[in-house]
Design a protein around this ligand. Structure first.
Ligand SMILES: [Zn+2]
Length: 608
C-alpha cells in the first residue's frame, strides 16, 4: 500500500436481522484499544440534496453515547437521512428515489432531513481523519480512505476501553445471495500513529496525490469555457459564437454542455449540427481548442432509442424505473449489454473528436432487476464496477482523453473516483464564494490543480471580486454569456487569465489554502496558493462593502523552506503589475490590503 497505508478487508460477516429480512454486512474491523477523547473530521461534499449547507468540514465528537457513522457514495445525504430517520423511529426504511411530476430528479432524499451535527449518520467523502488520546494521554490519529464508490458505512464506535472502526454495507443496497470474495468488497485503507488531525490529513494528502491519474500531475489545469450559462438553450449558431469568443480569450478546452444531444442515452448531435459531433469537434479544433462534451452516460430519456429498444436495460429499484436527473431513467451499468452500449457510445464520441469528457447525472445507479447479469441483491456494487470498467476501457483506447467528474456537483469523492478522473468539481452553484469554500475544503486533501471551478456570471459583484477565487487552482471554467460580455469585461478577463496562466501548476504538493489575515476579517475573503519551492506565493482577495476602509493585512507564509532565509522580497500587484521591494520584517508585519472600495485584489510575493 502506498505511503504506509494498510488495506483492511477482513472476513465479511452478515448480521441476520431476522429469518426473512437481510441484515448489514460487516466488511472490515479495526480495534484501537485505549483511545479516548476522540473526534472525527467529516468532509461533506457539495450536493443538491443539501445545497444551502454547501461544502463543509465538521469536527464531531465520538463518545460511547454518541457513535458516528459516515455514509459515502453517490446518494449519501439521502441515505444518511434515511438511516437517521430509522435510528429515531426504530424502523427499516428502504433507500428509494422520489417520484412525482414536479420532482426535478436532481434530489434523491425521500425521508428525513440532511444530517445535523448531533445525529449519528453523516454524508461524507470516502475518507476522513480521526484523532484522540491514547492510554498515556499522547495524541494519536488515523486517516482512512475507501476504494469504492457505492454506499459504504464507516462506523466509529467508542466504548470505555477504546475505539472500534468498521465498514458496513447496508442491507438496503447490499444483500447478495452469496458474499463475494474479500478482494471484491470495499477495502478500508488505514494509517494510524501518533499525531493529530493535521498529521493524519498530511498522510491522507500523500495517499490521494498518489491516486490522481499521472496525466493530471504533468499538465497544468486548463482554461475552459462551457455553454451551461445558456442552459440547454443552445444551437449551432450560439455554440459557434461562443467558440469564437472563447478562442479569442485563449480558452484551451471548450465544452458543450447539455443540450447538444438528440436524446440522453443515444448521444448523437441534434440534426442542426452539420457533421454531427465530428462537425462540432472541427469547430473547436479549427479555432485551436480541444472539444469537451457533456454526457449523462448512465442515463437514458424515456424517448431515447436505447430506452425504447431495450427497456430491459434500464435500472429498476424497488420494482420500478427510477426517474432521476432532468427526468431521465438510469441504465444499469452492472448489466453487461447496457454497459457495452455505453462504452460503444462514448468510444464513438471520442473517435469523432471529443478530447474532454464531462460526465454528469446518475452513472452509479441502483438496480435490483432479477433478469440482469448481476446479482439483484448487489446491483449498486455491480454498477460501480461496470462504470469504472467503462472509464478504464476508454482510457486504454484513448490515452489522451481527459475525464471530468461533475456528478451531482462533485460526488462521489473517494479513491475509486479519483483514480478514474483527471479533475472534479467541488461545487455546482457556479458562484464565486461557493467555489472559494469548495476549493478550501478540497484543498485540505487534494492538489489545487485537481478541483475545477464553474464560473457563472454574477453581475452584482464587482468583477475583480468575483474573479478572485478563480485565479488560484483550476481548471477554471467560464460558464457565462461570453458573447454578451462587454469590451471592458473582456479586457479585464484577459488580465485575469494572464494571472491564472502565470500561476497555474500541476505540482501535486501545491494546494489552495486560506491566506492568513489580520484585522477586521468580516469584509475580506481570500484564497491563496501554498508557497512554491522558492517561497513565491499568490493570494487573491475579495473586499466586500463591509470591508471598505478597514485595515486588513495579508501575512504571506514565510516558514516554508524556500522562504526561510530570504530577507528581501518583491511584492507585486498582479492586476496592475506594480512591484515594490519589501523586507522580511515588513512581510511578517503584514501587507496592508487596498480596501478603498469593494473590489478584488491579487497580490504575490517572491524573493528579490
Ligand atoms: Zn441491473
Amino acid at each position: 500500500m502506498p505511503h504506509g497505508f494498510e488495506r483492511i478487508v477482513a472476513h465479511p460477516e452478515r448480521q441476520d436481522h431476522s429469518a426473512d429480512q437481510p441484515g448489514d454486512t460487516i466488511v472490515a474491523r479495526l480495534r484501537l484499544d485505549g483511545w479516548h477523547d476522540i473526534t472525527v473530521r467529516v468532509m461533506h461534499p457539495f450536493t443538491w440534496d443539501a445545497k444551502f449547507r454547501g461544502y463543509r468540514i465538521d469536527e464531531l465528537a465520538i463518545s460511547p453515547a454518541r457513535p458516528r457513522t459516515l455514509v459515502s457514495g453517490a446518494y449519501s445525504v439521502a441515505d444518511a437521512a434515511a438511516l437517521n430517520h430509522d435510528e429515531r423511529h426504530g424502523s427499516r426504511t428502504p433507500f428509494d428515489f422520489p417520484e412525482g411530476e414536479m420532482h426535478d430528479g436532481v434530489l434523491y432524499r425521500t425521508v428525513g432531513h440532511a444530517p445535523e451535527p448531533d445525529e449519528r449518520y453523516h454524508d461524507a467523502a470516502g475518507w476522513c481523519t480521526v484523532a484522540g488520546l491514547d492510554t498515556d494521554g499522547q495524541p494519536v490519529a488515523f486517516a482512512t480512505a475507501l476504494d469504492r464508490s457505492d454506499c459504504v458505512l464507516l462506523d466509529l464506535l467508542a466504548d470505555d476501553h477504546g475505539l472500534t472502526v468498521q465498514t458496513r454495507l447496508p442491507w438496503q443496497t447490499f444483500r447478495p445471495a452469496e458474499l463475494p470474495a474479500a478482494d471484491a468488497l470495499p477495502g478500508l485503507l488505514v494509517r494510524h500513529g501518533t499525531g493529530d488531525h493535521e498529521t493524519a490529513e498530511a498522510r491522507l494528502r500523500e495517499l490521494l496525490a498518489a491516486t490522481v491519474p499521472s496525466r493530471a500531475s504533468v499538465a497544468p489545469p486548463p482554461l475552459i469555457a462551457d455553454t451551461w450559462g445558456f442552459g440547454t438553450d443552445i444551437d449551432p449558431k450560439r455554440v459557434t459564437a461562443f467558440f469564437d469568443v472563447a478562442s479569442s480569450l485563449g480558452v484551451e478546452v471548450v465544452t458543450v454542455d447539455k443540450g447538444w444531444e438528440d436524446h440522453v442515452g443515444d448521444w448523437y448531435a441534434q440534426s442542426g449540427y452539420t457533421g454531427g459531433v465530428a462537425g462540432i469537434a472541427a469547430l473547436a479544433h479549427d479555432r485551436g481548442m480541444r472539444l469537451g462534451l457533456w454526457v449523462g452516460a448512465g442515463n437514458a430519456s424515456p424517448e431515447s432509442a436505447v430506452a425504447t429498444a431495450h427497456p430491459d436495460w434500464l435500472a429498476t429499484w424497488n420494482g420500478r424505473h427510477q426517474m432521476v436527473s432532468h427526468r431521465n431513467h438510469s441504465l444499469c451499468l452492472g448489466h453487461e449489454p447496457a454497459r457495452d452500449h455505453v462504452f460503444a457510445s462514448l468510444d464513438r464520441l471520442v473517435r469523432d473528436g471529443v478530447d474532454w469528457l464531462l460526465h454528469d447525472f446518475e452513472t452509479i445507479s441502483r438496480c435490483d432487476a432479477e433478469h440482469h447479469t448481476h446479482d439483484p441483491g448487489a446491483g449498486e456494487a455491480a454498477g460501480v464496477v461496470g462504470w469504472y470498467s467503462v472509464l478504464a476501457a476508454l482510457r486504454a483506447a484513448h490515452p489522451d482523453l481527459l475525464i471530468e467528474n461533475c456528478w451531482n456537483g462533485g460526488k462521489p469523492l473517494d479513491l475509486a473516483m479519483i483514480v478514474h478522473h483527471d479533475t472534479t468539481i467541488g461545487d455546482d452553484w457556479c458562484r464565486s464564494e461557493q467555489n472559494r469554500l469548495a476549493a478550501l475544503g478540497l484543498g485540505v486533501y487534494l492538489p489545487s490543480s485537481w478541483t475545477s471551478k464553474y464560473m457563472g456570471d454574477e453581475p452584482r459583484l464587482p468583477l475583480r471580486a468575483q474573479l478572485a477565487p478563480y485565479l488560484v487552482g483550476g481548471p477554471w471554467i467560464f460558464m457565462g454569456d461570453l458573447p454578451g460580455w462587454s469590451s471592458s469585461q473582456l479586457a479585464e478577463m484577459q488580465r485575469a487569465i494572464a494571472i491564472y496562466l502565470s500561476w497555474r501548476t500541476a505540482a501535486m504538493d501545491v494546494r489552495a489554502v486560506p491566506p492568513v489575515l489580520s484585522g477586521p476579517a468580516a469584509g475580506v475573503t481570500g484564497l491563496a496558493y501554498t508557497p512554491r519551492a522558492n517561497g513565491e506565493q499568490l493570494a487573491a482577495f475579495a473586499v466586500s462593502e463591509a470591508g471598505v476602509g478597514q485595515l486588513v493585512r495579508w501575512h504571506p507564509v514565510l516558514s516554508s523552506s524556500g522562504a526561510a532565509a530570504v530577507e528581501s522580497w518583491i511584492v507585486r500587484d498582479e492586476w496592475s503589475g506594480a512591484e515594490r521591494v519589501s523586507s522580511r520584517a515588513e512581510l511578517a508585519a503584514g501587507i496592508p490590503l487596498d480596501t478603498a472600495r469593494a473590489d478584488g485584489l491579487a497580490l504575490s510575493v517572491r524573493p528579490s
